[in-house]
Design a protein around this ligand. Structure first.
Ligand SMILES: [Zn+2]
Length: 318
């Protein structure tokens, strides 16, 4: 058995997962992200011990622990480089946890691990090369090459949200301009729709949904209107799709994977979004008569975090 830990800005979820990616038992607690890192880490360790105990196992039954973090980590040392929304930097997470638990611990980015879960039991199952793209508050990625997760030397190897795909009207919070996540994340979609609603003349179905306050706007409302052929909503969605397609084609020209899998909150727009992305990629691919790889929706929901983290333990040699 393996332990998968999904460390988020809101909740810490811990699960017991078998060799096949099936969760047998799980529990979650609030992260309390305002606290110091050692307090949060202590909670993670205690929750792991509790979950193992409540499921009726001993530490000896656990081969490895994987942890997905909302930030960057060094793959070999397991040091957290930075987690902005937890206010963590340079934390030797693997070392601290292994010292106390005496079980091998592996750390990686949460989106990368959700991609690993899709590779093990979701949309990428049976493929050897795939790229997972999560469209949420930001954009994260998980890249599988020849059956192995690709994190890179410094842990930034799957940060596809920060690939520059154009020139944008505002800068990315990484400091550069034109990052994919400033065009195609849920945040970007909402920002651009707000801008259109403030600047454009035409009517939109969204107006009646927001109750007079643009701060009520969310991605679901925008897609809901776009599916009903709302002109403004489609303008915003088409912009998201245009830059996402540039990102996909860029990745294809470097990695040439068998499949791209789209996950995260915006993937709930389903086939409507998928069809638009496929059409845009086909229209713009750089070698016209060659395929770009299949494009599909993620199959796993929130549990992808725990499953992927546990599978990180399985994938590591120790
Ligand atoms: Zn950026």
């Amino acid at each position: 058995m393996y332990i998968g830990v999904d460390l988020g800005g809101t909740n810490i979820a811990v699960g017991i997962v078998d060799n096949f990616g099936k969760i047998h038992y799980q529990k979650s607690i609030p992260t309390g992200a305002h606290r110091k890192s050692d307090e949060v880490i202590e909670d993670i360790i205690n929750l792991i011990i509790q979950v193992i105990d409540e499921y009726g196992l001993n530490k000896e039954h656990i081969k490895a622990i994987g942890i997905g973090i909302p930030g960057l980590s060094e793959p070999i040392t397991g040091n957290v480089i930075q987690c902005v929304n937890l206010n963590w930097s340079k934390i030797p997470l693997k070392r601290i946890m292994e010292r106390i638990l005496n079980i091998p611990v592996f750390v990686d980015n949460d989106a990368t691990l959700a991609g690993l879960a899709e590779f093990e039991i979701g949309s990428m199952k049976g493929k050897n090369n795939g790229v997972f793209i999560t469209l949420g508050t930001g954009i994260g990625g998980g890249i599988i090459i020849d059956g192995k997760i690709h994190t890179g030397v410094n842990g930034i190897g799957s940060e596809i949200g920060h690939m520059v795909v154009g020139k944008n009207y505002y800068d990315c919070n990484c400091g550069r301009n034109g990052c994919l996540e400033t065009f195609s994340s849920a945040t970007a979609l909402i920002n651009y729709t707000k801008k259109l609603m403030e600047e454009e003349e035409y009517e939109t179905l969204i107006t009646e949904k927001i109750n007079g306050d643009l701060n009520n706007l969310n991605g679901k409302m925008i897609f809901h209107a776009a599916i009903r052929e709302d002109k403004l909503a489609n303008k915003a969605v088409d912009r998201l799709v245009k830059y996402l397609a540039i990102g996909i084609i860029n990745i294809a020209s470097v990695i040439d994977p068998e499949i791209f899998v789209i996950g995260g909150g915006l993937s709930k727009a389903g086939v409507f979004l998928l069809d638009k992305v496929r059409a845009e990629v086909l229209k713009n691919k750089f070698i016209k008569n060659l395929p770009v790889g299949k494009i599909a929706l993620a199959e796993l929901g929130n549990e992808a975090g725990i499953i992927g983290a546990a599978m990180l333990g399985k994938h590591n040699k120790f």
